[in-house]
Design a protein around this ligand. Structure first.
Ligand SMILES: CC(C)(COP(=O)(O)OP(=O)(O)OC[C@H]1O[C@@H](n2cnc3c(N)ncnc32)[C@H](O)[C@@H]1OP(=O)(O)O)[C@@H](O)C(=O)NCCC(=O)NCCS
Length: 128
């Protein structure tokens, strides 16, 4: 059963203005250490990487029906990937607790980029 869906679009210009690529303090607020490792090895446009993950995290929050409330950190939503590049979602902390309350046990996520934006679409599922 589908429990929630969410989508989000992120403009690359905002990332450039906020210096996502070079400001490690900001990067650490957006990305977990696992994602920062992926960011460091990402061969394409780095703003695109961060924008895609940011859009993905916002899409996941929309599935949960919550926004950036107190106690929720974006680093609790990890968008990791398989060896062929397919993204997947891994939660921890408060976000995982909300997902547990909603009985979500499976996540689906897709990310795409244009030259100037990144878009993500997520589906939260209870498949038991
Ligand atoms: C997946 C694929 C169709 C992407 O299409 P595209 O039009 O070039 O690019 P898009 O902007 O629409 O999508 C890119 C996103 O697709 C996702 N993606 C990459 N590989 C994927 C896969 N195998 N399955 C699902 N999603 C994938 C990623 O989230 C990527 O974003 P990222 O670069 O920020 O991680 C293309 O990369 C492809 O054919 N991949 C097949 C696997 C492959 O050859 N991998 C090469 C690396 S080993």
């Amino acid at each position: 059963m589908i429990v929630g869906i969410g989508c989000d679009v992120v403009d690359h210009m905002s990332g450039k203005l906020l210096k996502w690529e070079t400001d490690i303090t900001i990067l650490k607020r957006l990305l977990s250490s696992t994602e920062i490792k992926l960011f460091n090895s990402y061969k394409r446009n780095k703003i695109r990487f961060v924008a895609g993950r940011f859009a993905g995290k916002e899409a996941v929050l929309k599935c949960l029906g919550t926004g950036m409330q107190d106690g929720i950190s974006l680093t609790e939503i990890k968008i990791i990937q398989t060896s062929n590049g397919q993204p997947s979602v891994k939660l921890s902390g408060e976000v995982q607790k909300i997902a547990n309350l909603l009985k979500i046990n499976t996540w689906h996520i897709s990310i795409t980029h244009s030259r100037s934006t990144s878009i993500a679409f997520a589906i939260a599922e209870n498949n038991k």
